[in-house]
Write a protein of this length. Sequence first.
Length: 134
Amino acid sequence: MKLENILTLRIVTIIHNAIIEYYGGAGGIHSKNMILSSLSAPFSSYGKQEFYLTPIEKAGILFYSIIKNHGFVDGNKRTACLMLSLILHIYGYRLTASNLSIEKMALDIANNRISKEKVFLWIYHNIGFSNGKE
């Protein structure tokens, strides 16, 4: 499964709407362009050199960008958390951090208390393999 086929406005909007329906909050898109920017972040490049080469960096920049770009009216951090888990799963990883740790990371991103590079390190230290083999 190609990551480009998953990171579409349609799919992330379906995921976001399900989160809002289940957990509550205001639905809707605040800025379609900001969502599209977030979805393209894992593929950012200069010339032919991609900025984010590893699955951790690709998942991390998506997580970071959805939170920072705030493209949805509500539920951006929740959507970012689910997308982080989804992308890691696609690459064969699972997030092992506690819900409290994930929430703190999302809040730190939203409140400008952490860099994207530190987010990548946090992910690296909080993942395992999806098949349970470490």
